[in-house]
Structure formats: structure tokens, C-alpha cells
Design a protein around this ligand. Structure first.
Ligand code: C5P
Length: 212
């Protein structure tokens, strides 16, 4: 079973994807981490994330096992991720890695922006998770300040709008819901309620109960 979880920044898609993987005993890949790590690698090599040669080189030499969570989860890493992710050569470089993860025998949950449309167009279940921009900005701001990053809510709201625009406006694999995706709006939902709703969607589509 393959579950594709796409959606906007801070919509809750990562939390939902992780919980679905646990509930249905599937492996989980956070594909955003690949783009984030690519951006971080470019910066660490002294390059410019907007330079296609530097970005492709970093993507092709990515050591997935060595991704440093602390480094990739900053607001700056998120912005740089969306810059490298807009480049077709970077997306191509990361394509096979994602496809082979999805094809693992036990099944998988992948979360990102183009899983249901490009990486796994035949996924058994496709979810598109979204929430109001103001709710998402506040969630991300709380997350970052809890980790000790000093950043104004206003700045986060602007960065979020910038990333949304770049992710949905790019020519290659833009962020969008697949035609057969089920939409889940988490604006008014607690984490538990959002996860329960997602589990119900999977059960309705596949007949599979959590824990089986
Ligand atoms: O989901 P996350 O915020 O970690 O993703 C960081 C960035 O990586 C996104 O803003 C987007 O530009 C890019 N991304 C993508 N395709 C994916 C996952 C992430 O373009 N499948």
C-alpha cells in the first residue's frame, strides 16, 4: 500500500504522514527533508541555492543517512529548500530515490508536494492537507520559537506566502492536489482529530483498519 500525503507548509501533513505510517505499519519518507538537506549542502559548500549546477551536484551527492535534523529544520533552510526544489535538475536527481522508497515491499507513506501527482501517481490513497495561512503561520512560528529560533510571526507569515507562491507557481511538479486526492483542511482540527480523520480516509479507501 502506498499513501501519498501532499499539502502546504505547516498544514500538518508531516505529522499526519508519520501517524499513518505507524497506524498501518508502513515505512515513512519525508521528502521535504531531501530538498532541505540539498539546500543546506549547497550553503555549506559555499554555493548559491539558485545556481542549478551547485544545486544538482548537492542533490546527486546527498547522503540521506547523514541528514542533520537540527540544520534542516530552520526557517532559512525551508526557504532555500524551495529555491532548489524549483529546479528541474534537482527534482530529477531526487526522483529515483523517492520512487524506490515508495516501491519497498512493505508499502510506504511519502509526504511532500508532488507525491500524488508525480512521484506516486498510482498511490492507493492520496491526501491533500491544507489550512488557513494565518493558522499555518502561527503553527510554524510556535514550532520555531519552541526550538529557540528568534523570529517574528510577521516574518514567518511572509516567508510562508513566499514559499507557497514559489511551490505552486513553479513549472516543474508544482504543488497541487491530484485530481483523485481527498482534501483535508486542518484549520479547525487538533492534531489528534486530524490524524483520526486521515486514518478514516485510508480505511474508507482501502478497507484496511489501523493495526492491520
Ligand atoms: O515540507 P517541507 O516544508 O519540509 O518542504 C520544504 C520545501 O521543499 C518546500 O517548500 C518545497 O519547495 C520543497 N518540496 C518539494 N517537493 C516535495 C517536498 C518538498 O518541492 N515533494
Amino acid at each position: 500500500m502506498i499513501i501519498a500525503v501532499d499539502g502546504t507548509l505547516a498544514s500538518g501533513k508531516g505529522t499526519i504522514a508519520k501517524a499513518l505510517a505507524k497506524a498501518f505499519g508502513l515505512a515513512h519518507l519525508d521528502t521535504g527533508a531531501l530538498y532541505r538537506a540539498t539546500g543546506v549542502a549547497v550553503i555549506e559548500a559555499g554555493g548559491d541555492p539558485a545556481d542549478p549546477d551547485a544545486a544538482e551536484h548537492a542533490a546527486r551527492h546527498l547522503d540521506v543517512e547523514a541528514i542533520d535534523e537540527a540544520k534542516i529544520r530552520t526557517a532559512e533552510a525551508g526557504l532555500n529548500a524551495s529555491v532548489v526544489a524549483a529546479q528541474p535538475r534537482v527534482r530529477q536527481a531526487l526522483f529515483e530515490l523517492q520512487r524506490s522508497f515508495a516501491a519497498r515491499p512493505g508499502g510506504a507513506v511519502l509526504d511532500g508536494r508532488d507525491i500524488g501527482t508525480v512521484i506516486c501517481p498510482d498511490a492507493d490513497v492520496k491526501l491533500y492537507v491544507d489550512a488557513d495561512p494565518s493558522v499555518r503561520a502561527e503553527r510554524r512560528w510556535k514550532e520555531l520559537t519552541a526550538k529557540g529560533e528568534t523570529v517574528a510571526l510577521d516574518t514567518i507569515a511572509k516567508q510562508l506566502a513566499e514559499r507557497d507562491a514559489r511551490d505552486s507557481g513553479r513549472a516543474d511538479a508544482p504543488m497541487r492536489a491530484a485530481d483523485d486526492a481527498v482534501l483535508l483542511d486542518t484549520s479547525q482540527l487538533s492534531i489528534d482529530a486530524a490524524v483520526s480523520a486521515a486514518i478514516r480516509i485510508v480505511t474508507d479507501k482501502t478497507g484496511r483498519q489501523p493495526g492491520t
